[in-house]
Design a protein. Structure first.
Ligand SMILES: O=C(O)CCC(=O)C1=CC=C[C@@H](O)[C@@H]1C(=O)O
Ligand SMILES: [Mg+2]
Length: 368
């Protein structure tokens, strides 16, 4: 394929409920939507997962637009691509900027699948027809409010419950949740809110049969996490610290974690996500697909990736209706009893609704 055109659109969609973590609150989803076109006018779609603020990681919507416009799109345009993996090689000399690289890699994968008249899941090597999904529950005003949300999501059938924690919203929360829900698959995500000085507090979480504790320590650390993991019974899962297969190998070698949260945006795209998947599958390291509050296009990519056999734990990809009054894809993502059916139609398997895209677009630009 040859990419003849790229459209970048900056969209803003209101979240139905604010999403609060240890690093701040999101009230809306402010992101870049990517559309690429080949010489025959066939298109591929992807979502960029950088946030407007550099609090989850260092990338932002503006730094991503800059990277896309000034460095990455010029490489992509008009170059001959036989397989999406080649794009990762073409970007390899550009340091970091994983989220910016990822969205073009994902768009090329979507287009590649459409060119093959195959589903994105199948070209990635996905074998599952349905996937199990969980929910990520932000920090609420009270423990009672958290219990109410868990009860609601449990009634809807979600298969795993991730609670955001931070200093002052941790052991007491987990203790009360466990008293009310002794058996639910429960985990906690700290988004780097602790240090090794909090060892005793984190060890106290060992009493609650958590599936894992996600990214308790610094966003760029694997050394302190190894020390913490050696002192915990509960598995540590790394999110922010993992950007590549190389990072995965080092973290596993050091014993920094026992589980990996694969976010396709954070690791530079589906090519790298697949490498991490293959490595971990061979070694029986459990994986799951993390969310970045994606709108429908990003959600569709996550579903396709989760169809790969190594994604053995339920991920964050809940149904669209938990986030939006309306999604930008048709049909929207529907979770039934905590499962989502993997689409079998070409590409990511959902149609982009141009009316809705237009409605939420603040600014757009075309590159040829
Ligand atoms: O997509 C979702 O449903 C929520 C995913 C989620 O927990 C996160 C989204 C965005 C940034 C982080 O706070 C975070 C995470 O750390 O996994
Ligand atoms: Mg996380």
């Amino acid at each position: 394929m040859k990419i003849k055109q790229v459209n970048l659109r900056h969209l803003k969609m209101d979240l139905l409920y604010p999403f609060v973590t240890s690093f701040g609150a999101e009230y809306d989803k402010d992101f870049i939507l990517v559309e690429i076109m080949n010489e025959d006018g066939l298109v591929g779609w992807a979502e960029n997962v950088a946030m407007p603020t550099p609090y989850y990681n260092e990338e932002t919507v503006k730094t991503n637009w800059h990277m896309l416009e000034d460095f990455l799109i010029p490489i992509l345009l008009n170059s001959e691509i036989h397989h999406p993996d080649e794009l990762a090689e073409k970007f390899a000399h550009i340091r970091g900027n994983y989220m910016a690289k990822a969205c073009l890699n994902m768009a090329v994968w979507d287009l590649y699948a459409r060119e093959q008249n195959a589903s994105l899941a199948s070209v990635l090597g996905g074998t599952k027809k349905i996937i199990d999904v969980g929910v990520s529950i932000g920090i609420k005003d009270s423990i009672e409010a958290t219990l109410d949300v868990i009860e609601q999501r449990r009634a809807e059938g979600y298969k795993r419950f991730k609670l955001k924690i931070k200093p002052g919203w941790d052991v007491e929360l987990i203790d009360k949740v466990r008293k009310v829900f002794p058996d639910i698959p429960l985990m906690a995500d700290a988004n780097s809110a602790y240090t090794l000085a909090d060892m005793n507090l984190l060890k106290a979480l060992d009493d609650y049969n958590l599936m894992m504790i996600e990214q308790p320590l610094a966003y760029n650390d694997i050394i302190d996490h190894a020390e913490l993991q050696a002192n915990l019974k509960t598995s540590i899962c790394l999110d922010e610290s993992i950007h590549s297969l190389e990072d995965t190998k080092k973290a596993l070698k050091l014993g920094s974690c026992k589980i990996i949260n694969v976010k396709v945006g954070r690791v530079g795209g589906l090519t790298e996500a697949k490498k991490i998947h293959d490595y971990c599958l061979e070694r029986n390291v459990p994986l799951w697909c993390g969310g970045m509050l994606e709108a429908g296009v990003g959600r569709a990519h996550n579903i396709a990736m989760t169809a790969m056999p190594g994604f053995t734990l339920p991920g964050d990809t809940a149904g669209s209706s938990l986030y939006w009054a309306e999604d930008i894809i048709e049909p929207e993502v529907i979770a039934e009893n905590g499962t989502i059916t993997v689409p079998t139609t070409p590409g990511m398997g959902y149609e982009v609704s141009m009316d809705k895209v237009k409605k939420y677009t603040l600014y757009s630009k075309t590159y040829r």
